[in-house]
Design a binder for this molecule. Structure first.
Ligand SMILES: Nc1ncnc2c1ncn2[C@@H]1O[C@H](COP(=O)(O)OP(=O)(O)OP(=O)(O)O)[C@@H](O)[C@H]1O
Ligand SMILES: [Mg+2]
Length: 282
């Protein structure tokens, strides 16, 4: 059975997408795991990191993206174009040694469609609930994977709740500063409440510290505060602010993950985080 992990934070720009993509790649290269990345964010950052803009334009034109999945869910009488088996792009990545990562891509059109999901008259959802649209499609393919990583937008809206609904656990990347961590207790209590509603346990697996600056007293203090006060483990692996990690967002072909993410221990860090996750889940 696939282990399903949502990557969430209410705050934008805290490295949710970077964490998702880096983890997926080392799960493939170092742990030989079959991974599906689901891009639930209309910003399409995970999608463009993994397939580049040109390929995205092509799949978007063919309407084989998460946006069409939601569109057909909200408009059940619309022409059925979306086919999850076609939409999932196999063996994506611009790194030659990454062989086992597939992608369910997103689309900028999700911006409008998520409004439709929210506003849809209740009658449309008489047989299927708006938070089940992803799960219904995913059930057709999930047993093919060891891990499914869901890169969520920076909110807990209906699209993110679709991701959480199918997840076993979630992880929270955060920059260790005051505003980035402000919403974390909120996230944990809201997901707990949602979990209760669903009668399904969705556990907080851990907080990932990202873009850490050693020389920052605020960063050091905030990590300590998270460790002491928040009802969720903080992973031992910490990602420092690092230019090579930022550069890895660019869609350029490389042979190895180290060539992609840099030689300063960045890949070892993704591996260490993956190991912490695997140990907690398997
Ligand atoms: N450790 C790091 N050091 C330096 N830059 C980083 C690091 N991690 C991520 N970044 C960069 O920070 C920016 C935000 O990261 P990312 O897009 O992964 O965040 P996000 O939480 O997914 O944002 P959003 O909420 O918009 O989806 C990106 O430009 C990314 O390349
Ligand atoms: Mg993102």
């Amino acid at each position: 059975m696939a282990k399903i992990i949502s990557i969430i934070n209410l705050k934008g720009g805290v490295a949710k997408t970077t964490t998702t993509v880096g983890l997926a790649q080392v799960l493939s290269t170092e742990f030989n795991k079959k991974v599906l990345v689901i891009d639930l964010d209309a910003q399409t950052n995970a999608t463009t990191m993994l397939i580049g803009e040109e390929k995205w334009l092509e799949v978007n034109k063919d309407k084989q993206t998460i946006a069409q999945l939601f569109y057909e869910g909200v408009y059940p009488k619309s022409e059925k174009i979306f086919d999850i088996n076609k939409a999932i792009l196999k063996g994506v990545s611009n790194i030659d040694e990454v062989k086992l990562v597939d992608l369910l891509p997103s689309s900028l059109e999700l911006i409008d469609i998520q409004e439709d999901v929210i506003k849809a008259p209740r009658g449309i959802f008489s047989t299927i609930r708006p938070v089940d649209l992803l799960g219904r499609q995913l059930s057709k393919v999930k047993e093919r994977y060891d891990y499914i990583l869901i890169d969520c937008p920076p909110n807990l809206g209906v699209i993110t709740r679709n991701g959480l609904k199918v997840s076993d656990v979630y992880i929270i990347p955060t920059i260790p500063d005051i505003l980035s961590t402000y919403g974390i207790p909120q996230i944990i209590s809201r997901v707990k409440k949602y979990s209760k509603e669903l009668e399904r346990d969705i556990k907080p697996l851990g907080i990932v510290i990202t873009k850490y600056r050693e020389q920052s007293p605020v960063h050091r203090r905030t990590i300590k505060k998270l460790q002491e006060e928040v009802d969720c483990k903080v992973f031992n692996t910490i990602f420092k602010e690092n230019d090579s990690i930022a550069s890895a967002a660019e869609y350029i072909n490389k042979s190895t993950v180290r060539q992609k993410w840099g030689y300063g221990g960045q890949v070892n860090n993704f591996i260490a985080l993956a190991r912490e996750i695997i140990e907690a889940m398997e």
